[in-house]
Design a binder for this molecule. Structure first.
Ligand code: HEC
Length: 133
C-alpha cells in the first residue's frame, strides 16, 4: 500500500479541525442581560452574571514620606526615594560605612540611581550615622 500523500494528510487535518470548530461553536452561551447586573444591598459590592465584585478596605503599613532629620538628609531624600521607601532603606541589616558605600555605588552603577561622584560620601555619612556605626 502506498503511503498517503501530503495532500491527503492535510485534507484530513483540515476536516478534523472544522469538525471540532463546528462542535464547539454549537454550544449554548449564557447571555448576561445588562439588566441583571445590579448593585448589591450594601454599596461595597456589585453582582452580575454569577460574579460578585466586592471592595475591601485594607491597611497599608505606615511609611514616613521622607527620611528622618540628619546631616545631608535632603540629598538622601532626593537620590533614594525615587525607587525606595524610607523603611526599605532604613530597615536593612546594620552595615558599616564601607558597606553602605558599596551599596550606594551599586545603586549608581547597577541601577542608575542619579548619584554624582561627590554625593556618595555625604549619603554614606547619613546612612551609616543613622545606624550608629
Ligand atoms: C533607579 C532606582 C534606584 C535608586 C534611585 C536607588 N536604588 Fe537602591 N535598589 C534599586 C534596585 C533595583 C534594588 C534591588 C532590589 C532587589 O534586589 O530586589 C535596590 C536595592 C537596594 C538595597 C538592598 C541591598 C542591595 O544591595 O540590593 C539598598 C540598601 C538600597 N537599594 C539603598 C539605596 C540607597 C541608599 C539609595 C540612594 C542613594 C538607593 N538605593 C537608590 C534601585 C534603586
Amino acid at each position: 500500500m502506498r503511503a498517503p500523500s501530503f495532500g491527503v494528510i492535510a485534507l484530513v487535518l483540515i476536516g478534523a479541525t472544522l469538525a471540532v470548530l463546528v462542535a464547539v461553536s454549537g454550544r449554548e452561551r449564557a447571555a448576561v442581560p445588562v439588566a441583571a447586573v445590579s448593585a448589591a444591598p450594601d454599596a461595597t459590592s456589585v453582582a452580575g452574571g454569577g460574579i460578585t465584585l466586592t471592595s475591601t478596605a485594607m491597611e497599608l503599613p505606615d511609611d514616613a514620606a521622607v527620611f528622618p532629620e540628619g546631616p545631608n538628609v535632603d540629598l538622601v531624600n532626593q537620590r533614594c526615594l525615587a525607587c525606595h521607601s524610607t523603611t526599605m532603606v532604613l530597615s536593612q541589616p546594620k552595615m558599616t560605612a564601607q558597606q553602605w558605600q558599596a551599596a550606594v555605588e551599586k545603586m549608581r552603577d547597577a541601577y542608575h540611581a542619579p548619584v554624582a561622584e561627590g554625593e556618595v560620601a555625604p549619603i554614606v555619612a547619613y546612612l551609616a550615622g543613622r545606624q550608629g556605626s
